[in-house]
Design a protein around this ligand. Structure first.
Ligand code: ZN
Length: 167
């Protein structure tokens, strides 16, 4: 303990202020209250390390505790990220499968022929990633009712006998 400078009173005060400010910044960056993707594992670990050391914990157990704090946030983030990636992939596949069916018909909304992407309605036009809703519905209606003759359901709701829609 020969080369440890003993700080004078002013420096001690300054040190305490700097430490408090650093801890506030780290707590902010660690962001336990924030969504996982915005939390910083490094800030969380550093913050715990400072706490441990200022509490007088020996360096090795202090570092071990800090590493656990870091790893916990890190792992949570990783799992969260993987889960969202998986979710995104599933949705993309669903959309792709939907589009495959939808694009088999001509779009009644924008008029593109089967197999083509729908056109946007904006000034510049452009191709749409997803088909128009009308096209989606049309494709489904053709798909779901292959050769069903119209109006064969027996569910008498009223006394009036509605004729077949011949318009
Ligand atoms: Zn369209």
């Amino acid at each position: 303990m020969t080369d440890t400078p003993v700080p004078d009173a002013v420096n001690t005060l300054q040190f305490a202020r700097d430490l408090a400010r650093l801890e506030a910044r780290l707590a902010d960056a660690a962001g336990e209250w924030l969504p996982l993707e915005q939390q910083s594992p490094a800030a969380a670990g550093f913050l715990v390390l400072l706490h441990e050391l200022t509490e007088g914990t020996d360096p090795v157990p202090a570092i071990a505790t800090a590493m656990r704090a870091h790893d916990r946030v890190y792992e949570n983030k990783r799992e969260h990220h993987e889960a969202s990636e998986e979710q995104r992939r599933i949705i993309e596949e669903e959309v792709a499968a939907e589009e495959e069916v939808t694009k088999k018909v001509e779009c009644p909304f924008c008029g593109v022929s089967a197999g083509m992407n729908c056109r946007g309605t904006g000034a510049g036009g452009g191709l749409r990633k997803r088909s128009h809703r009308d096209r989606f519905r049309l494709a489904r209606s053709l798909n779901d009712a292959p050769s069903e003759p119209g109006g064969g359901t027996a569910s008498p709701r009223g006394s009036t006998t509605a004729g077949p829609a011949s318009r």
